[in-house]
Design a protein around this ligand. Sequence first.
Ligand SMILES: CC(C)(COP(=O)(O)OP(=O)(O)OC[C@H]1O[C@@H](n2cnc3c(N)ncnc32)[C@H](O)[C@@H]1OP(=O)(O)O)[C@@H](O)C(=O)NCCC(=O)NCCS
Length: 373
Amino acid sequence: MPQAVISGTGLYQPPHIVTNAELVQAFNAYAEAHNTTHAEAIASGDRMAMVGSSVEFIEKASGIKQRYVIEKEGVLDPARMRPKFQERGDDELSLMAEIGADACRKALAAAGRTGADVDAIFCAASNMQRAYPAMAVEIQQAIGAGGYGFDMNVACSSATFAIEQAVNAVRSGSSKCVLVVNPEITSAHIEWKDRDCHFIFGDVCTATLIESADTATSADQWEVLGTKLVTQFSNAIRNNFGFINRSEDSDPLARDKTFRQEGRKVFKEVVPLAAAHIEGHLQSLSLEPTQMRRFWLHQANLGMNQLILKKLVGGEAGGDLAPLVLDTYANTASAGSVLAFHEHRADLKPGDLGVICSFGAGYSIGSVIVRKK
Ligand SMILES: CC(C)(COP(=O)(O)OP(=O)(O)OC[C@H]1O[C@@H](n2cnc3c(N)ncnc32)[C@H](O)[C@@H]1OP(=O)(O)O)[C@@H](O)C(=O)NCCC(=O)NCCS
């Protein structure tokens, strides 16, 4: 059976930073305007007054200090509170495909490959901008790849779930060179008007190239020792946006048509699941958590990563063992753990072991155990 290696990663980084201070200023202006507009209803008890957000809370509760976004003005406009994207014609490259192709080209360059070497592309993200044709097929054309492509969505675990499909395709011999691409335009599905979650997400796109070890030529190769996926149904993170909405005559701007979560419940339920998942996966390969040189964990919350790491090895998250990227990028949905892997692996030596692990809506947890070649 051919061995699979990760031979390169690429990152599309959006052009704009939104700091917590800018975010809170916009949110508080929106809340104040809301309270003024609805002063009578609030006074009579028919409507709740909105309460302001705070930079201190955001940093303490999540560890997030800023986020990147593709479009900033609409997000920070208290009269809009969502990005303003230009609608594109059918003959133009779609936004997801544009940032996807950018990250793919960078991953290919890092691995010493071109689009012509690729025989499969999996576009894996927590939201898709349209139903069809698949963004993966559009990216395939944009980078000049052969073979086939398809889109898949397992929310924040989309990337690790797609990496398993890519690894299996290589191991089965059906593909030699597979791209997994994660265009996460989270700014378009977060509710910027909701104090509980307006600070959570940021936009990026990551790409990972998985190749057969027999033919890979990259100077930076990571042998995939194993992948393990699990799902368990939960409504604690949910988004009801979908094609059935118009037939239900529901309001397309209603609160349930964007990201919602019970953050505290998610925190409490996912931490033990993720820690047990990683431990079980390592055990199945006769490995111990203490043998891991690095944990590239999902980037949703500093406290969650601290607890997971504590359960596994007793160490501190945020440092050398489990680096953070959420302070600068926020939660980038499925791209988070791949982004951590992209930015924090150059110092590892041949033989060093590590775990890429995502966790999120579904619930879904995916882990990929790698060894530097
Ligand atoms: C979202 C999250 C950061 C919230 O932190 P938390 O400590 O759980 O915060 P809570 O929602 O319990 O709120 C705590 C208090 O802060 C307040 N608060 C909430 N948002 C606030 C804001 N933006 N500014 C100021 N205060 C805020 C709440 O009203 C609450 O006040 P109360 O104690 O008086 O009721 C955290 O729960 C989390 O990250 N969970 C995991 C999420 C996750 O992994 N999701 C996966 C998505 S892919």
